[in-house]
Ligand binder design. Structure first.
Ligand code: G6Q
Length: 546
C-alpha cells in the first residue's frame, strides 16, 4: 500500500495549498456573497457554518477526494457491520449499536447483540426509576439523595460531561463524580454526604483500574464505618462493567451489575451502562432522547453524501489545518457554561483516538496526526487566552458552539453570550488592518507620534479559521447528536491518517511504572535503579514525607 503522502489526492492538495494559503478570508467573502449558503450545512438540528475557513470550493472537492481515496466510508460501514476494525485489540467497534433504532437500524449485526443492548437499557430503566421514585432504599430504609459515580477516563468524562450539560433537566438524585486517585477527590466529594442516603455506581469496563478500585474500596469502608454491616454494600453499590466475576467479588449482587460488551470503547461508552448516572439524574426518557440524537447523527454520517456530511466536513477541515497549514492544536469553544466539560471529553475522544504515530499497517507515519485539543467555555476564555488566538504567531483553528435559546430566565444575558460568540468569529476572520486602526486613532484625536507607535499593536491580521455550530437549544437530543458528530469526525480523521482510533496503548507504560514506583515508595528496601532524575525524586519524596 502506498503511503498517504504519495496518494493522488494528497499530491493534489499539496499543489493546491499555496494558492489558498495566500488568500485572505476577507477577500474570499468579498468575492462570493453566497459563501455562507454554499459553505454551511444542517443536520439533526445543528447548523455547521464552515464558511469562515481558509478553503475554496476546490479545496473541499480535493479534501473529499482524499476521503474517498482513503476508503473512509467503506471503513464506516465495516464498523457498523461489526467488523473487527479495532485490529490491535481484535475487537469490533459498535457504539452505534448502543443507540441504534429498532425500526430503522443502521447497524448490521446479529439479533443477539441487539437484544443484549435492549436488555441493559431495560435494566437501567427499571433501576433508575426505582432510585428516582424512592422505591429503592438504602440499608437503613432511607431514600437515596446522592449518587456517586466512581470511574475514570471513559468511565467518567462522558457521563460527567452529559450530567453537567443536562443539569436543567435533572429531577432525580444529585450526582457526583470521583475519578482521581488523589484521596482529596473522594474525601471532598463525600464530605457532607450521608452514607445512609448515598448510592455508589462503580463504573469500570474492566473492574481492575487502580484508581477506580482504590476509590471504590475506600468508599466501601466509608459506608461500612457508618452502617456497621457488610450487607449494606448490596444496597449502596451497583456497577457498570463487563467483568461479572470481579463485580460479584466486590460484594455487588449480579442483578445490580449493568453490563456492556468489549466492543464498547471506554471513550465511546457514555451510551452504554456507563450512562447509568445520567439515567438516574435526568430519567430514562431523557437518556433515550440523548441516544436518539446520537442515532440521528449516525444515520446522517452513514447516509449523507460527503459534500452534505457534517462529521466528514469537520474532519476534512481538521486534516487541512493539521497536515497542510501545520496547525498543532484545535480549540473547542462552547459558548455554554453547561458544556464546561465538553472540551475535556473531546480531549480524550480525539487525543486518545488519534494521538498515534504508527499506522494499522505497523509503519511509522511521515505526517502529523491528531492535534492537541483544548478549550474552555465562552466568554471566560475571551479574557484569558483569546489574545493569542487573535494576535499570536500560531494558527489555532477553532470550533465555536452555541445554542440560540437558553433554559434559564436571563434571556438578555443569553443574547449577549450569543453576540460574543458571533463577534469573536467575525473578528478572527476579518481582523482589523493597520490603515483602519490609524483612521480610528486619528478620529479619536490621537496625534501622529503615539498613533505610529500604537498602530501595529492594535492591528489584527484576521484570516483565522473557525467553524460555528449553532442549534436551537441544548436538549438531550441535540447533545447526543453533537457528541456523535465529534465521534465520527475523529473516526474519519483516524481513517485518513490510517491509525487505529480505538486502541490506547500509549497509556500503558506510565501505568506500569506507577505500580512499581508505588511499591518502592511504600517500601524503602525495594528501590530499583532509576535514571538520576526519577531516583532523585523518589529520595526527595522520602525525605519530605518522613
Ligand atoms: C478509554 C480508555 C480509558 C478507560 C479508563 C477506565 O477509551 O480505554 O480511558 O476508559 O482507563 O477503564 P475502566 O472502565 O476499565 O476502568
Amino acid at each position: 500500500m502506498i503511503s498517504l503522502t504519495d496518494t493522488v489526492a494528497w499530491g493534489a492538495l499539496q499543489a493546491h495549498f499555496p494558492r489558498v494559503a495566500s488568500e485572505h478570508l476577507r477577500d474570499l467573502f468579498a468575492g462570493d456573497p453566497d459563501r455562507f449558503e454554499r459553505l454551511s450545512l444542517r443536520a439533526c438540528g445543528i447548523l455547521l457554518d464552515y464558511s469562515k475557513n481558509r478553503v475554496t470550493a476546490e479545496t473541499m472537492d480535493l479534501l473529499r477526494a482524499l476521503a474517498c481515496e482513503s476508503g473512509v466510508m467503506e471503513r464506516a460501514h465495516a464498523m457498523v457491520s461489526g467488523v473487527r476494525i479495532n485490529e490491535t485489540e481484535d475487537r469490533a467497534v459498535l457504539h452505534a449499536l448502543l443507540r441504534d433504532s429498532r425500526d430503522s437500524p443502521v447497524c448490521k449485526v446479529d439479533g443477539a447483540l441487539r437484544a443484549g443492548v435492549e436488555r441493559t437499557l431495560e435494566a437501567m430503566e427499571r433501576f433508575s426509576e426505582e432510585v428516582r421514585s424512592g422505591r429503592w432504599r438504602g440499608h437503613g430504609g432511607e431514600r437515596i439523595t446522592d449518587v456517586v459515580n466512581i470511574g475514570i477516563g471513559g468511565s467518567d468524562l462522558g457521563p460527567r460531561m452529559v450530567c453537567r450539560a443536562l443539569a436543567p433537566h435533572a429531577d432525580g438524585p444529585r450526582v457526583h463524580f470521583v475519578s482521581n486517585i488523589d484521596g482529596a477527590h473522594l474525601t471532598s466529594t463525600l464530605r457532607g454526604l450521608d452514607p445512609a442516603r448515598t448510592l455508589f455506581v462503580v463504573a469500570s469496563k474492566t473492574f481492575t483500574t487502580v484508581e477506580t478500585m482504590t476509590n471504590a474500596h475506600a468508599a466501601r469502608r466509608w459506608l461500612l464505618d457508618a452502617a456497621g454491616d457488610e450487607a449494606a454494600v448490596a444496597r449502596h453499590f451497583v456497577a457498570a462493567s463487563t467483568n461479572r466475576a470481579a463485580v460479584v467479588g466486590f460484594g455487588i449482587a449480579p442483578e445490580h451489575m449493568f453490563e456492556f460488551e468489549d466492543w464498547v470503547g471506554g471513550r465511546y461508552s457514555l451510551w452504554s451502562a456507563i450512562g447509568l448516572p445520567i439515567a438516574i439524574t435526568v430519567g430514562m426518557t431523557q437518556f433515550r432522547a440523548l441516544l436518539a440524537g446520537a442515532h440521528a447523527m449516525d444515520r446522517h454520517f452513514l447516509e449523507a453524501p460527503l459534500d452534505r456530511n457534517l462529521p466528514v466536513t469537520l474532519a476534512l477541515l481538521g486534516v487541512w489545518y493539521v497536515n497542510f497549514f501545520g496547525a498543532e492544536t484545535h480549540a473547542v469553544l462552547a459558548y455554554d457554561q453547561r458544556l464546561d466539560r465538553f472540551a475535556a471529553h473531546l480531549q480524550q475522544l480525539d487525543m486518545e483516538s488519534n494521538g498515534k504515530r504508527v499506522t494499522l499497517a505497523s509503519t511509522t507515519v511521515d505526517y502529523a496526526t491528531g492535534p492537541v485539543v483544548w478549550g474552555e467555555p465562552g466568554t471566560g476564555g475571551q479574557h484569558a487566552f483569546f489574545q493569542l488566538l487573535h494576535q499570536g504567531t500560531r494558527l489555532v483553528p477553532a470550533d465555536f458552539i452555541v445554542a440560540a435559546s437558553c433554559d434559564h430566565s436571563l434571556k438578555d444575558q443569553h443574547r449577549l453570550l450569543v453576540a460574543n460568540c458571533l463577534a469573536q468569529t467575525e473578528a478572527l476572520m476579518l481582523g482589523r488592518s493597520e490603515a483602519e486602526v490609524r483612521a480610528d486613532l486619528a478620529a479619536g484625536g490621537m496625534p501622529l507620534g503615539p498613533s505610529n507607535r500604537l498602530a501595529s499593536h492594535r492591528t489584527f491580521d484576521g484570516n483565522r479559521p473557525t467553524n460555528t455550530l449553532m442549534f436551537e437549544r441544548l436538549d438531550p437530543f441535540t447533545l447526543g447528536a453533537l457528541v456523535a458528530l465529534y465521534e465520527h469526525k475523529v473516526f474519519v480523521q483516524g481513517a485518513i491518517w490510517r491509525v487505529n482510533s480505538f486502541d490506547q496503548w500509549g497509556v500503558e507504560l506510565g501505568k506500569e511504572l506507577a505500580t512499581s514506583i508505588a511499591r518502592e515508595l511504600a517500601n524503602p528496601d525495594g528501590v530499583r535503579p532509576h535514571d538520576a532524575s526519577t531516583g532523585g525524586l523518589v529520595a526527595e519524596y522520602r525525605r519530605l514525607s518522613g
